[in-house]
Design a protein around this ligand. Structure first.
Ligand SMILES: *[C@@H]1O[C@H](CO)[C@@H](O)[C@H](O)[C@H]1NC(C)=O
Ligand SMILES: *[C@@H]1O[C@H](CO)[C@@H](O)[C@H](O)[C@H]1NC(C)=O
Ligand SMILES: *[C@@H]1O[C@H](CO)[C@@H](O)[C@H](O)[C@H]1NC(C)=O
Length: 417
């Protein structure tokens, strides 16, 4: 069966044609385009984890992270993109996602780092390598019922040959429990050329939340009072109509602290108030930013790993105790989110954000990884060099002026809207 949609998009994207080919239940051989990437030879993540890392086809379906970077889908990617290429690919990714969801009537909104990018200049933060969005539970049911494995083909002026984007739904989306830690991501929108993807998580009403009615919980541990999310606000992101949470500022502050909303120097970039752009400070800055991002990613992954094994230990211990007491085994304990707990008691009406790393463990570096890293570095150096002279002067000039201006604005409204 073939379905066609004609999508109307803003000028930025100008889709010449968009055809959705239904590939429901497509087997992975038919969508996999880069077959030579199983370089891991390692077991990978547990079998129950749908969005797992192992690359062997024999291990069955699942959304695979590549061995070289958890933000690339290993079925489609064999290398990391350079700074500018990645920015472009991520922009196309979110544009096509937002346009498609609007077209098929799925309510979705920007979250996490993507929302922070919106706050600054309605664009993806240039140091980000993924995007985050949320959907309601009914939207997720709808997507799972009609669009799993559907491939949408988009042609743009930048990509005249067209590109396929695929919607893939984690079959564990029906498990609403936060204890299902291996499947915290409910779906992905995947660029089948670059392997980059958008993580889609469901915000579900939590009927047993200690804070009472109206609490939304995501499997990744984030929790929000619904009045902070709904009614969604209409806006633009990367030039495409988009939606954001109603209390976007409070949501951002709870997740990233106030400083992230005002600090104009971050991750080796400086925010240019005139251009409304994050500019790499210099080539040193950009390399350092990458290093820092890589390091924090590794730490995050390590933490997640430790947490998983700790949870397992606790579970085993509990079971042993119970067996010793002769009681029947109960369900696995639901691990408490310490942050969520704190937020609960101190700020009962707050957006209730709890952070929890969601990425799985990092593979040790390989020769391929090193070569990729070198390529990325070279590309970044080249771009940074081109920009450095021009930008550095401007950045320095405007830095002091900007900081003053921002402080002043912060006093009055602090908002960039
Ligand atoms: C989506 O399709 C893939 C491939 O057929 C399958 O493994 C997965 O379970 C499906 N997801 C849902 C929610 O049915
Ligand atoms: C509801 O909230 C509690 C407290 O945060 C959490 O432990 C539980 O897993 C949540 N339930 C669902 C279905 O999200
Ligand atoms: C609020 O901030 C915006 C943009 O930063 C600025 O243009 C506006 O004048 C500020 N509003 C007030 C009341 O100061």
């Amino acid at each position: 069966m073939r379905l066609s949609w004609l999508l109307s998009l803003p000028a930025v994207l100008t889709v010449a044609s968009a055809i959705a080919i239904e590939k429901r239940d497509a087997d992975f051989l038919s969508v996999r385009t880069k077959m030579h990437k199983d370089m891991s030879g390692r077991g990978g993540d547990p079998k129950d984890k749908y969005f797992r890392k192992s690359l062997s086809l024999s291990q069955g379906a699942g959304i695979y992270e590549s061995v070289f970077h958890p933000h690339y889908d290993g079925r489609f990617a064999d290398h990391q993109l350079g700074y500018r290429e990645r920015k472009q690919a991520l922009s196309n990714l979110i544009q096509t996602y937002l346009a498609t969801m609007a077209d098929i009537g799925v309510e979705t909104w920007l979250m996490h780092g993507t929302l922070l990018g919106w706050w600054w200049n309605r664009k993806i933060l240039p140091w980000d390598s993924d995007s985050d969005v949320q959907v309601s539970e009914s939207s997720m049911h709808y997507l799972a019922s009609y669009y799993n494995m559907t491939v949408f083909h988009y042609k743009t002026p930048r990509i005249p040959e067209g590109r396929d984007y695929m919607m893939e739904i984690n079959p564990h989306y029906t498990n609403r429990e936060q204890s299902d830690k291996m499947n915290v991501i409910d779906a992905r929108w995947v660029d089948t050329t670059s392997g980059l993807f958008i993580d889609i998580t469901t915000a579900r009403y939590n009927f047993t939340h200690p804070s009472g009615e109206g609490m939304l919980s995501c499997k990744d541990g984030h929790e929000y009072r619904d009045t902070y999310i709904y009614p969604l606000r209409e806006t633009f992101f990367e030039g495409t109509p988009a939606k954001i949470p109603f209390a976007y500022k409070e949501v951002l502050e709870a997740e990233y602290k106030q400083k992230a909303l005002t600090q104009t120097s971050f991750e080796g970039h400086h925010f240019d108030e005139d251009k409304l752009e994050w500019i790499p400070v210099n080539k040193k800055g950009i390399v350092e930013a990458k290093k820092k991002a890589d390091e924090s990613r590794k730490q995050e992954e390590q933490k997640q790993k430790e947490k998983l094994s700790q949870d397992k230990k606790v579970e085993e211990q509990k079971n042993q105790e119970q067996q010793a007491l002769g009681k029947p085994e109960t369900k696995a304990p639901v691990a408490q989110q310490p942050n969520a707990h704190q937020a609960d008691s101190s700020k009962p009406d707050g957006p209730q954000v709890a952070k929890q790393p969601t990425k799985s463990d990092q593979q040790p570096p390989s020769a391929q990884h090193d070569a990729d890293a070198q390529k990325v570095k070279e590309e970044e150096m080249r771009i940074a060099n081109l920009k450095a002279n021009e930008e550095e002067r401007k950045v320095k000039e405007s830095a002091a002026r900007e900081e003053e201006k921002r402080k002043e604005e912060g006093k009055t409204n602090g908002s960039k809207r």
